[in-house]
Design a protein around this ligand. Structure first.
Ligand SMILES: *Cc1c(COP(=O)(O)O)cnc(C)c1O
Length: 458
């Protein structure tokens, strides 16, 4: 018989999980004001809040931790990391930062000015935040297909070249500091960008004299999808594909907490010596000296190894197949999820599951609370609470989609855990008609309310 797929690693160290009863969870979530962020992690059985900084390191990475060089300037671990990034992505200049948003803060301090326009494919929240904080504007140029969760398209992270050219021809180039391409596109559901599209975006940007920046948190997962879905690259190694992707970028910012396979860290990498020099000053002010940038030497050493491991096919196949495994189970149970299944998370369509809950009572949040009480699983709401109020009218914004995101940490859970998650969600799905009311806000912060919002049962 054909041998089934199995994981490309075995487990050397374990961390016990705490089980709890439904009654305990019902009490805990009430105490936490129905906000999953407010739960302490020992009250969570399977934690799918985020895939950021929650992955497991390998034995090679732990070994690198022990031999990391903590020198303030010129640490060996810095050069190991800088060389790894050069080898993988081809960038001459490199600056470490403490995480991805810090890389954005440093680089945008050089690039982005008041009144600027920054086109891209559905900018990530912190990227958009750093653009808007500087009184510039992020323009979403993602292809229209990305916004239909049921439509099958291999590269829903792609940029619409017509939309991009409209921005380039409407504004003078001095007003457009860069185009941000997020690989994979987090905000459209971990959807990849094809190399054909990266190349076309780069050529169009060159024609208008605009640099291209890759927001690179999940660049390795993007390369895996290129190998599987873009015919021309099916026989290439992941490292060859990564190298090819970055031919079409002038700069990169990275959150190492995702495809860096470490728990904290980030970096900037770029070709321009001029921008690098300017960025060094901001790095020293905000992050640390240019050869550590807020990272411990040991963490840079572990990151250098992590980048090597995350760009190996066997690791990526295990990773992406686990997300597919969970997604296919849910599809089999009839649970409506975003399609095609992305690289790091499953997005459950709460509008389709809980249409009887008024949208004013936050369907995705309600589904998240139900799933927690059912099985101790913590997801995150990507819906009206996250969308916040209109800054001018102060009315609640109701986005088209109400999604519950189940982000899967890297190398942490087994497929038995995936079975457990799918079963718990099926149980909630099977009693969906009995769920007719949701939650109401009792207190909220003036901005970024989702982290601290307090709710009660409606
Ligand atoms: C996580 C993330 C960031 C921000 O990185 P942090 O390390 O969380 O600061 C930026 N862009 C994308 C696409 C991300 O996923």
């Amino acid at each position: 018989m054909e041998l089934p797929f199995s994981e490309s690693y075995k487990i050397k160290m374990i961390e016990p999980l705490k089980r709890s009863t439904r009654e305990e969870r019902a009490a805990w979530i009430e105490e936490a004001k129905y906000n999953l962020f407010k739960l302490s992690s020992d009250k969570v059985f399977i934690d799918l809040l985020t895939d950021s900084g929650t992955g497991a390191m390998s034995d090679r990475q732990w070994a690198a931790i022990m031999t990391g060089d903590e020198s303030y300037a010129g640490a060996r671990s810095f050069f190991e990391l800088k060389n790894r990034v050069k080898e993988l992505m081809g960038f001459e200049h490199f600056l470490p930062t403490h995480q991805g948003r810090a890389a954005e803060n440093v680089l945008f301090s050089v690039l982005v000015k008041e009144g600027n326009i920054v086109p891209g494919n559905s900018h990530f929240d912190t990227t958009k935040g750093h653009i808007e904080f500087r009184k510039a504007k992020a323009v979403d140029c993602t292809i229209d297909e990305a916004f239909d969760t049921t439509l099958d398209h291999p590269f829903k992270g792609n940029i619409d070249l017509v939309k991009l050219e409209r921005v380039y021809s409407e504004y003078p180039k001095e007003q457009i500091p860069c185009c941000v391409v997020t690989v994979t596109c987090n905000s459209s559901g971990g959807q990849p960008v094809s190399i054909a599209n990266l190349k076309a975006v780069y050529e169009l940007s060159q024609k208008y004299g605009i640099p291209v920046l890759f927001d690179s948190a999940r660049f390795a997962e993007n390369a895996y999808f290129v190998k599987m879905r873009e015919e021309a690259y099916k026989d290439w190694t992941i490292k060859e594909i990564v190298r090819e992707m970055y031919k079409y970028a002038d700069m990169a910012t990275m959150s190492s907490k995702k495809d860096g396979l470490v728990n904290i860290g980030g970096f900037i990498a770029l070709r321009s010596e001029e921008i690098y020099r300017q960025a060094c000053t901001f790095n020293i002010m905000f992050e640390g000296y240019v050869t550590y940038g807020g990272m411990a030497g040991r963490d840079m050493a572990a990151l250098a190894v992590g980048l090597d491991e995350s760009t190996e096919f066997d690791y990526l196949e295990t990773r992406i197949k686990q997300i597919e495994y969970l997604g296919n189970k849910l599809i089999e149970y009839g649970v409506p999820i975003q399609y095609p299944i992305g690289g790091h998370a499953i997005f459950v369509d709460a509008n389709k599951i809980l249409p009887n809950v008024p949208k004013e009572q936050f369907r995705a949040q309600t589904l998240g609370v139900e799933l927690y009480v059912e099985g101790g699983i913590r997801g995150v709401e990507i819906g009206a609470i996250l969308a916040d109020r209109d800054p001018v009218t102060r009315e609640n914004r109701y986005p088209k989609l109400e999604l519950l995101r189940l982000a899967i940490p890297r190398r942490v859970y087994t497929n038995n855990h995936m079975d457990y998650i799918a079963a718990a969600l099926k149980n909630v799905f099977d009693r969906r008609h009995e769920i007719t009311s949701g939650v109401e806000i009792t207190w909220e912060a003036p901005i970024m309310r989702h982290f601290t919002v307090e709710l009660k049962k409606a």
